[in-house]
Ligand binder design. Structure first.
Ligand code: HEM
Length: 249
């Protein structure tokens, strides 16, 4: 593990060093997350005239590891795997989703406008509710806070097991745990009867920055998988979801 961590960090540091060198040499900034992070960092250091401000390169490495490997790769890939498991279990939905993908794209490359119209979107919403990649949110209370009827003192760590909210029968009905993508055939607020009952990407000021990207990536992947493959669950599959940072099959 240590060796892998060293290797990952060295790789990212190599990318960052190259970018920093380029920026110092006056090369135009690449319009991506790392570019934005480094540019805002430079500005902050420049503004305060000292390196104690801004993010350290170690912090930039940590941010890149968290957002690219865990958030950007892991969360979306387990989401796709869960969706395949659900479609393996519900072949009728797999057939319907494939028919639609083939109708919209044929065997050509899926394109952006078509992706927005797919049934696979509601299937993805459904799998994210049943097996949410991020199954809980945590917050540390910094000042005494009133939350509904609760008064929470500073220092309390609030743990919000979102996955449980997604299974509450009072909101979702007696069939809460059943695979019924048609719940999401309209918009999400129709599915939740206007309640704040589904937020797999968080909410408010810390909402996931990769939300739209992840949605397009997952739709694109599912559309291409459906175009080229039919799949079913292995008879050896044992259903045992486990939360190890993300919700693992
Ligand atoms: C299925 C895919 C994904 C899920 C379910 C997901 C879920 C979440 C959730 C629940 C949060 C809020 C955490 C909190 O409030 O404490 C979050 C934040 C974040 N996500 Fe995602 N995410 C996904 C994909 C991505 C992708 C693709 C990226 C980057 C390319 C990304 C980058 C981030 C970052 C950087 C934050 C922190 C934002 C902040 O604190 O201001 N995520 N994500």
């Amino acid at each position: 593990m240590n060796e892998i961590e060293r290797e990952v960090k060295a790789t990212i540091k190599g990318i960052i060093d190259k970018r920093v060198k380029g920026m110092k040499a006056g090369e135009p900034n690449t319009d991506d997350l790392l570019g934005i992070l480094l540019e805002s960092n430079f500005k902050e250091i420049e503004q305060h005239g000292n390196k104690n401000f801004g993010t350290t390169i170690e912090e930039v490495i940590e941010e890149s590891t968290t957002s690219v490997w865990i958030a950007g790769q892991e969360a979306t890939s387990v989401w796709i795997v869960w969706t395949m498991i659900l479609l393996g279990r519900h072949p009728d939905w797999q057939v319907r989703a494939r028919e639609e993908v083939l109708q919209v794209f044929g065997d050509g490359m899926p394109e952006f406008d078509g992706l927005n119209r797919l049934k696979v979107t509601m299937i993805l919403h459904k799998s994210l509710r049943l097996y949410s990649s991020a199954s809980a949110l945590r917050r540390t209370i910094t000042t005494k806070t009133k939350l509904g009827e609760l008064t929470l003192p500073a220092g309390v760590i609030l743990y919000l097991p979102t996955i449980l909210v997604y299974h509450v029968k009072e909101i979702w009905g007696e069939d809460a745990i059943e695979f019924k993508p048609e719940r999401f055939s309209k918009c999400i607020s129709t599915a939740t009867k206007g309640q704040m009952a589904v937020f797999p990407f968080g909410a408010g000021s810390r909402i996931c920055i990769g939300l739209n990207f992840a949605m397009i990536e997952a739709k694109m992947a599912m559309a291409m998988i459906l175009q080229h493959f039919a799949f079913e669950l292995s008879p050896l599959y044992t259903h045992a979801p486990q939360s190890v940072i993300t919700m693992q099959p």
